[in-house]
Design a protein around this ligand. Structure first.
Ligand SMILES: [Ca+2]
Ligand SMILES: [Ca+2]
Length: 101
């Protein structure tokens, strides 16, 4: 799959536009937050990464990958991913994918 520079710019614009992207993230967050605690814990993050791996066609994450991601994303170091932290993760991921296609 390849994207034209215009497509890339368009996706980036959408991702960086809160009004557009906010509801998408909210949706994904609720789906990931299986126990409705309002935060993503390590198990929920692992399930999400495994799911993403399937979509992207990469091997499932190891426990180390999950720990690493959690550490990287957990800005306030409470061991869980808040919605704000999650938003940054999704933004990063989308931009990463866009840059690589
Ligand atoms: Ca949760
Ligand atoms: Ca946190």
């Amino acid at each position: 799959m390849s994207m034209t520079p215009e497509m890339r710019e368009n996706v980036k614009k959408q991702v960086l536009d809160e009004s557009n992207f906010g509801p998408i993230v909210d949706n994904l967050f609720s789906e990931t937050d299986k126990d409705n605690s309002g935060e993503i814990d390590k198990n929920e993050l692992g399930a999400l990464l495994a799911e993403l791996g399937k979509i992207l066609g990469i091997p499932p994450p190891t426990q180390e990958d999950i720990d690493g991601e959690l550490k990287r994303l957990d800005v306030n170091k409470d061991g869980k991913i808040s919605k704000k932290e999650f938003r940054d993760l999704v933004k990063d991921l989308v931009l990463l994918v866009v840059e690589n296609y």
